[in-house]
Design a protein around this ligand. Structure first.
Ligand SMILES: Nc1nc2c(ncn2[C@@H]2O[C@H](COP(=O)(O)OP(=O)(O)OP(=O)(O)O)[C@@H](O)[C@H]2O)c(=O)[nH]1
Ligand SMILES: [Mg+2]
Length: 321
């Protein structure tokens, strides 16, 4: 029996998908329960919503008394979280300020940023979270900041290309992040799940920066440097690379006989299959999934593919349940 779900129900489901906190999830689930057409075809869905609500309540009860707010634990949002890392005054806050609407503090003196600050960077039809951080040096790192780095999906290492200390900044960052097992530069790979990273050489609009960058590139031919200025040059390319380093794809769902929902893509890891997508849309979908129609990466539009078909960025998928 078809479920015949209404657009209002779908909208509530979208809110559930986007909910970040337990409270938001609970509100969305309650809306879904109120809006779902009550008939035999939706019994399973209704039961699932109720189960999820019960689980949320249970988890809420179990929660330990709050230990207090931890400013170094930055809740994830958007298609992925990228944390900046760099020496004092290297231009981290200015860069987050240029790419997002976060209220960052940019000053010409060092140590202006005492705690992480998060902002959302628009990228095409999605958003990437950038986190500005307090400065580090080889000698001093704020307690808690390594945890912020490790929890990220990727790092953006910032080096001041206009500074005479730019090589020291680069080598210092690499040594520190390696020693603390955040990144892995060893050939064999020594740590589990090291973070991918990008190195931005900033202040490329200032004198000496080109020369300094040349030196960095000669001394570290194994690394790639993105030359940028927070005033514009290099930022478009950096936005694209920030999306690419996350290793995610955007997938648009499509209901039979309806246009694809291009408003809000589902975010999946690169290499995900039609089955992974189905699971993300609804945990009960995989067991009923027969095949799917795909527009985009398939040989022709609306091609029927199997459950293990590997999706690509910006594919449109209609699940056949
Ligand atoms: N010309 C130019 N100046 C920049 C650029 N990026 C940053 N600056 C300047 O460099 C100084 C330091 O920038 P911030 O963004 O505050 O540096 P930070 O890395 O956040 O510094 P801390 O918070 O101490 O770690 C400020 O005076 C900025 O205006 C750039 O691309 N070009
Ligand atoms: Mg700062």
């Amino acid at each position: 029996m078809p479920a015949n779900l209404t657009p209002q129900y779908h909208a509530a489901e979208d809110r559930y998908r986007d909910a970040k906190t337990a409270e938001e999830k609970e509100t969305a689930l309650q809306e879904m329960l109120a809006l779902i057409p009550k008939h035999k075809g939706t019994e399973k869905l209704q039961a699932d919503i109720k189960k999820r609500l019960a689980r949320l309540k249970e988890e809420g009860k179990k929660k330990k008394p709050a230990k207090g707010y931890d400013p170094f634990a930055v809740e994830k949002e958007g298609a992925g979280q990228i944390v900046l890392a760099g020496y004092p005054n290297s231009g981290k806050s200015a860069l987050v300020g240029a790419l997002t609407r976060a209220r960052v503090k940019v000053t010409d003196y060092p140590y202006a940023t005492p705690l992480p600050v998060s902002g959302m960077m628009p990228y095409e039809d999605t958003h990437i979270q950038l986190v500005d951080t307090p400065p580090v040096t080889l000698e001093a790192i704020p307690p808690g900041l390594i945890g912020t780095f490790k929890a990220a999906d990727a790092l953006l290492i910032v080096v001041d290309a206009a500074s005479p200390d730019c090589l020291e900044q680069l080598e210092g960052m690499l040594q520190l992040l390696q020693e603390r097992e955040v990144i892995d530069l060893s050939e064999e790979g020594e740590i589990i799940a090291p973070l991918p990273f990008i190195i931005a050489a900033t202040k490329i609009d200032l004198p000496k920066s080109e020369e300094n960058l040349q030196v960095l590139r000669e001394l570290r031919p194994d690394l790639t440097f993105d030359a940028i200025s927070c005033h514009g040059p290099g930022l478009d390319q950096l936005r694209r690379k920030l999306f690419e380093i996350l290793g995610v794809i955007r997938i648009y769902g499509k209901a039979p006989g309806r246009p694809p929902d291009k408003g809000r893509p589902f975010i999946l890891r690169k290499g995900s299959t039609v089955l992974d997508f189905a699971e993300l849309v609804h945990k009960d979908f995989p067991k009923n999934l027969k095949s799917a129609l795909v527009w985009g990466s398939s040989r022709f539009d609306g091609q029927a593919v199997a459950r293990d078909y590997i999706l690509e960025d910006q594919d449109v998928v209609e699940l056949q349940l």
